[in-house]
Design a protein around this ligand. Structure first.
Ligand code: ADP
Ligand code: MG
Length: 139
């Protein structure tokens, strides 16, 4: 197994509910290393670009609206098998189906407002980290 990079986004619902620290604590307790961290308010263009892959899905408009309604916290994570480990830590997309001990079980509300994002493949992990963090910012 190799050291991978993956992107975490603490979504606007979790920021509004003061769960930034709780979610970062879960990420760090899981042994994922935080290489970079930024709080920002996504523009519509940034959110649309980030979720381009979902542009034909019926929930795309709602997703972009939600992701731009307030600030988010993006972090570049690293570790052995980081992509899959972070996805396991997040839990299922729908918090109602997420396992106990996962971020979405603890802090998600519904399938749209589900507290966090995580890259879903090694390739997307690299691309998504680069989307928010120029390489020179990371060690
Ligand atoms: P994941 O975030 O678990 O990788 P997807 O990539 O399938 O899930 O979807 C991206 C995001 O779009 C989800 O995290 C969620 O915020 C939103 N979303 C997914 N499915 C729905 C849906 N049926 N209704 C509303 N929002 C959705
Ligand atoms: Mg996804």
């Amino acid at each position: 197994m190799a050291v991978e990079r993956t992107l975490s986004i603490i979504k606007p619902d979790a920021v509004e509910q003061n769960n930034i620290g709780n979610i970062l604590a879960m990420i760090q307790a899981a042994g994922l290393e935080v290489l970079g961290l930024r709080m920002l308010h996504l523009s519509r263009a940034q959110a649309e670009g980030f979720y381009e892959v979902h542009k034909d899905r019926p929930f795309f408009g709602e997703l972009v609206e939600f992701m731009t309604r307030g600030p988010v916290v993006v972090s570049a994570l690293a570790g052995e098998d980081a992509v899959a480990r972070h996805r396991t830590l997040m839990g299922a997309t729908d918090p109602a189906e997420a396992d106990e001990g996962t971020i979405r079980k603890a802090y998600g509300t519904d399938i749209g407002k589900n507290a966090c994002h995580g890259s879903d493949s090694v390739e997307n992990g690299k691309a998504e980290v680069t989307y928010f963090f120029p390489e020179y910012l990371l060690k």
